[in-house]
Design a protein around this ligand. Sequence first.
Ligand SMILES: Cc1cc2nc3c(=O)[nH]c(=O)nc-3n(C[C@H](O)[C@H](O)[C@H](O)COP(=O)(O)O)c2cc1C
Length: 191
Amino acid sequence: MDTLQALTERRTIRLFQPRPVADADLGAILNAARMTSCASNQQPLRYIVVRTAPLLNRVLAETAWARLVAPQRTPVPGKTAPAAFIAVIAPADAKPITYADAGAAIQSMQTAAWALGLGCCWLGAIQRENLHQALNLATDRQVLFLLALGYPAEQPVSEDVAGNASVAYYIDGANRLHVPKIRLEDLVDWR
Ligand SMILES: Cc1cc2nc3c(=O)[nH]c(=O)nc-3n(C[C@H](O)[C@H](O)[C@H](O)COP(=O)(O)O)c2cc1C
């Protein structure tokens, strides 16, 4: 798969096969994050990989999944749950630029995962205080985001829409998730 294909064809996955992800693949994904651009090359982010029970279930309990397509795209423990989570950890006093670092690193991980045949869901709707406890973090650390990973058990599709159309994602009669993306001509002003 070439890079442009991975960047454009990747879709968020919220339902996963009950199948583990090899540590070597998780390592390759984390290495993509490690090599990502970050402000002043300061590298403030750290990562915790969760891929064993019971911590996996404890972390899952602190997540929230696309309300618009609930409950169909809310993973069920033991059935459609992610095989792993990567917690993106930052200093407790992280500045806005660190959130930019995290975004870049997470997008790298999503792209790398997709290229390896894996699906991801970037999770911002998380119970950060509970996760801080569950992951036994020091007080000077915080969880910025989670990335859920696993082999996809759904095949979402994107569709181009006008800039003034609804961008609400939805599930069709065949239980397929559709993700509207605003067409390029309505996003870009060429000068
Ligand atoms: C910063 C950020 C936070 C997100 N948080 C959640 C979340 O908490 N739960 C969820 O189900 N999806 C979450 N998503 C996934 C988005 O819903 C998804 O990226 C969006 O619907 C577009 O779909 P696509 O990734 O397939 O292009 C998040 C994405 C981003 C970038």
